[in-house]
Design a protein around this ligand. Structure first.
Ligand code: MD3
Ligand code: FE
Length: 203
């Protein structure tokens, strides 16, 4: 069933399980063309989370800043196309959460090895904040931190497990959030990693 994490934020437990194999095959194919890499923040630190993208736009960071780019900075080629199964899942989950007509043009793929984390941040590089973000968790479980619109707001913790889908929209769209350091483990389908697919209407 659907769990309301906050106003506009809906957790659909196991919603991606029916297409888990298509998602994992898609990630493997995308990573062959656009390998996972640890990008550098404007502050000069390599992120512990390894990333790649598919779709017309991909999220990138380097010393110049955060932005969406049509091409992979490693080779200057377009990001791999977004597989139809990815876009269909994101669209269906968004509609179930009350956001019909969601058409993502960007899918950021995050890969967490044990110890990798994402510190508390807001997602504010997208043009239209009225569009939701859809996230899909695969592989090892992680502890998600979910705060409010100010960094100082109290933070709740929710475990995100293989197959979980979360739709973040409306008032929760600009809430602070992060992922605690991944605990070591072994997942039958992904091995020792967690994957997160984050679908956005970026442009
Ligand atoms: C809440 N990724 O890529 S997904 C990110 O699990 C990111 O890799 C995390 O935060 C991950 O930016 C969390 C859940 C998520 C994504 C976007 C949000 C939660 C959000 C935007 C607004 C509020
Ligand atoms: Fe985020």
């Amino acid at each position: 069933g659907a769990l309301h994490l906050a106003e506009g934020a809906i957790l659909l437990r196991g919603r991606a399980l029916a297409v888990q194999h298509a998602l994992l095959e898609g990630v493997a194919r995308i990573a062959q063309a656009a390998p996972f890499r640890n990008m550098v923040t404007p502050g000069g630190h390599a992120m512990s989370v390894a990333m790649t993208n598919c779709g017309a736009a991909g999220w990138v960071t380097d010393r110049r800043g955060y932005r969406y780019a049509a091409t992979d900075p490693l080779d200057g080629r377009n990001w791999p196309a977004m597989p139809a199964a990815f876009a269909a899942l994101a669209r269906a989950a968004a509609a179930e959460a009350g956001y019909p007509g969601f058409v993502p043009d960007a899918c950021l793929i995050n890969r967490y090895a044990p110890g990798a984390r994402m510190s508390l941040h807001q997602d504010r590089d997208e043009r239209d904040m009225t569009r939701p973000i859809v996230s899909v968790s695969l592989g090892l479980p992680a502890m998600f931190q979910f705060g409010g619109p100010r960094r100082s707001d109290p933070v709740a913790r929710h475990p995100l497990r293989h197959g979980d889908v979360v739709v973040w929209g409306g008032p929760s769209r600009l809430n602070y959030h992060g992922i605690l350091a991944l605990k070591p483990g072994e997942h039958p389908l992904t091995g020792a990693v967690r994957l997160n697919l984050t679908f956005r209407a970026a442009r």
